[in-house]
Design a protein around this ligand. Structure first.
Ligand code: SDX
Length: 385
């Protein structure tokens, strides 16, 4: 019976520790601090692959051969055209709307151009997945130009997925180092187990809704500060601290107020997030070459203090702690950091939605009813106090 506590009901708030699906796509080892995509360790992929290959790997189950890669890139190129109404929405929302609100509106609006948007066949859903993914670099780039008060770049770019994003976001061709760093960041963000935004996309797709709807659900979920919204707040906190010597008192005060320190802790990792390790190396590299050394030095001090204070509770830096300062060093505004997270995660959302559809089961958990069981008698409004 719905809501009754019985022998076959497990109750875990926030579904902590509950397995909701089987997958072959990605594995998060919270004790060893490992992230694996289809059997490949994330460090192996970051050293040897690129985002387009990883997107194919996640969605098709293997690294592509040369022909498969070219076909995939051709499909992405053929689907990268952005409808004029998309630019109109982005310009209209401009700086007065949070970029994640603009992003979810724009993705949802793409469905209005697709006569087959409700066809829930796997082939059609896969077509939609490629169509959305192909448009993301230009869409997120255009949103960034608007929040910076600059004109949207509409001339097509023939660069890589990461390179295209930086071109559309900054209005210039990125150099090879910037492109490599952004490409790595996007690979690191591509997939991560049953995280909240992926779970929300699966709940949506399990009703046989379309991938536009599932992606809109996922973007809405990612916006929250306990999930993708942490990267923007982590950098703002580091800049607010201002210098390594101010980190101690600042953090003491936050912990005393029982505030969560953005960029730390994780539901699964109880050790250092392997993605944060890779991003920290790039942050250190960039810091060495820039005059903004202070940001990295302050971050380093925050990490040292936090690990000393909460490390034994399994609280370490996560993917959101160092990513923001890397993007900031490239001239990207903090408000665009979470849309960049979505720019990477789109491949994981689509891969897992398509995988789940292969043996679909509607998500419909229970809630433990702790209210009055009744039945209560009805009192008319005239007689109510
Ligand atoms: C992402 O799921 C994913 O894989 C997500 C993600 C992905 O790739 O999709 O990895 C991306 O979302 C990374 C996380 C980004 N969010 C943040 O950085 C926000 C700050 N982090 C916390 O809100 C928290 O660590 C969560 C939400 C990430 C995880 O929290 P849980 O598993 O729900 O654990 P909890 O909040 O119940 O905390 C357990 C204890 C509590 O202390 P007690 O009440 O037991 O004494 O740990 C403490 C918490 O207060 N704690 C923190 C803390 N995180 C946990 N204390 C201070 N600062 C923190 N950041």
């Amino acid at each position: 019976m719905e809501g009754s506590s019985g022998q076959n009901n497990t109750y875990a708030k926030g579904l902590e520790g509950v397995i909701a699906a089987e997958t072959e796509i990605g594995f998060v080892d919270g004790q060893e601090g490992r992230l694996v995509y289809r059997g490949y360790d994330i460090t192996t992929l970051c050293d040897n692959s690129n985002y387009e290959e990883v997107s194919y790997l996640l969605n098709y189950g293997k690294l592509p051969n040369r022909k498969e890669m070219n076909d995939y890139l051709e499909k992405m190129k053929a689907n990268s055209e952005i409808p004029e109404s998309t630019y109109e929405i982005i310009e209209k929302f401009g700086r007065k709307t949070h970029p994640m609100v603009t992003l979810r509106t724009v993705i949802s609006n793409l469905a209005s151009y697709d006569p087959q948007e409700s066809d829930s066949s796997i082939e059609n859903q896969r077509r939609i997945a490629i169509s959305i993914t192909a448009k993301m670099p230009a869409i997120v780039g255009a949103i960034h130009r608007t929040i910076q008060g600059k004109d949207i770049i509409k001339t097509k770019s023939e660069l890589s997925y990461a390179g295209n994003f930086l071109y559309y976001a900054l209005g210039r061709n990125p150099d090879s180092v910037e492109t490599k760093i952004m490409d790595t960041a996007l690979m690191l963000h591509a997939d991560h187990g049953m995280n909240a935004s992926t779970f929300s996309s699966l709940v949506t797709i399990s009703t046989l809704a379309d991938i536009y709807s599932a992606t809109t659900s996922a973007i809405s979920t990612l916006k929250g500060p306990l999930h993708g919204g942490a990267n923007e707040r982590a950098l703002k906190m580091i800049m607010d601290i201002g210098s390594p010597d101010r980190a101690g008192p600042y953090l003491e005060a936050m912990v005393a107020r029982k505030e969560k320190i953005m960029g730390f802790g994780h539901r699964v990792y109880k050790v250092y997030d392997p993605r944060a390790k890779i991003l920290k190396k790039y942050a250190a590299y960039i810091s060495e070459k820039s005059e903004k050394k202070n940001i990295f030095e302050t971050a380093n001090k925050v990490e040292e203090i936090m690990i000393n204070k909460l490390g034994e509770k399994g609280i370490f830096p996560n993917v959101d702690f160092y990513s923001g300062m890397i993007y900031y060093s490239m001239g990207l505004s903090p408000e665009i950091f979470t849309p960049i997270f979505a720019l990477g995660r789109i491949s994981g959302w689509t891969a897992r939605s398509l995988e789940y559809l292969q043996s679909n089961k509607l998500f419909r958990p229970k809630a433990l009813y702790v209210g009055e069981k009744g039945p209560k008698s009805y009192i008319s409004i005239q007689e109510r106090q």
